[in-house]
Design a protein. Structure first.
Length: 314
């Protein structure tokens, strides 16, 4: 009886082992069949056609918002700040009262003088008003502080002096004559139109960049030191033939470029090309001359041989 059980156990183990060995073989056979089917039907790809239109070669540089004129509010006597109407970030107008100073003499002798002669009405209070219109960007004292004559109490930016400072690499100066009118893009996507006014007479020693003043017409309240993007047009060509960059392939050092062009409904061949202008999404094709009816592989083109069988998908 025990021998029969042993034989049954051995047969079961042999069957299990055979099944385990056949499973990888089955998977390998399925993978081979799938690969052969893909080769027979062709590599799945999508296609595009050459586009005709204007091409612009542009470079993007930064511009930083700034107030060229800042007005200082200063004390004109020694004394104590009795009242402070200024707040950081507050918008003030010219002539608006910001500080009230009670002089040191009136603080010490005012009540004594008035008690001797009530007709004098000695107060020793000085009202300091805003010398300009803008935002308070610096506030150095608070009510009760002692200040001396000539000390700076606050700083006000002049809203009329608001500009953007273009940080331009010196080698890009030749392109400025064709870019007098510029468009600035703020981080939130807001677009502003501006014009170049003048150049600063110095160049940064480390970065070799020169600042240019860009004046903008806007009622939008824009904070200082905000970085905007400015596109400088280097060259524009009309009626050019271009392709999406994803349709263009290259070698490892990007010295040779080519596309995969459909010659019939299922065959694509390698066609060397020469590129011209480029922008963020497209590249100009200088040679060979492409027709709007040509079909160029857009996806699935990477790694294909010089002549490849493909299956165009939607």
């Amino acid at each position: 009886m025990s021998s029969i059980k042993s034989i049954a156990t051995i047969l079961f183990l042999m069957g299990t082992l055979a099944a385990c060995k056949s499973e990888p073989a089955k998977k390998e056979a399925d993978a081979t069949a799938t690969e052969e089917k893909t080769e027979a039907e062709g590599t799945p790809v999508t296609v595009t056609t050459p586009e005709t239109g204007n091409m612009t070669d542009a470079v993007e540089v930064n511009a930083v918002s700034a107030f060229l004129l800042k007005t200082s509010v200063k004390s004109n006597a020694n004394g104590y700040l009795q009242l402070v109407n200024a707040q950081l970030g507050r918008y003030v107008t010219r002539g608006q009262e910001l500080f009230v100073i009670k002089t040191k003499e009136s603080q010490s002798l005012g009540d004594v003088v008035n008690s001797l002669d009530t007709a004098l009405h000695f107060q020793g209070v000085i009202h300091i008003k805003s010398p300009g219109t803008g935002y308070i960007t610096q506030l150095n004292y608070r009510a009760g502080d002692y200040v001396q004559d000539g000390e700076q109490l606050a700083t006000i930016t002049d809203t009329k002096s608001f500009v953007f400072m273009l940080d331009l690499p010196y080698e890009l100066r030749p392109y400025l004559p064709n870019n007098k009118q510029l468009q600035l893009t703020l981080p939130d996507g807001t677009l502003l139109n501006g014009s170049i006014d003048m150049a600063m007479p110095t160049v940064d020693a480390a970065s070799q960049t020169q600042n240019y003043i860009i004046k903008v017409n806007t009622d939008k309240q824009i904070p200082e030191n905000l970085v905007a993007k400015v596109s400088l047009v280097k060259k524009t060509k009309q009626h050019t033939i271009s392709l999406p960059k994803s349709a263009i392939l290259s070698d490892e050092v990007q010295s040779q470029f080519w596309i995969m062009k459909m010659i019939d409904s299922t065959t694509a061949v390698k066609v060397p090309i020469k590129k011209g202008l480029e922008n963020a999404s497209h590249a100009e094709i200088l040679a060979p001359v492409l027709s709007p009816a040509d079909k160029i592989l857009l996806t699935g083109n990477y790694g294909l041989p010089d002549t490849a069988k493909v299956a165009v998908t939607q």
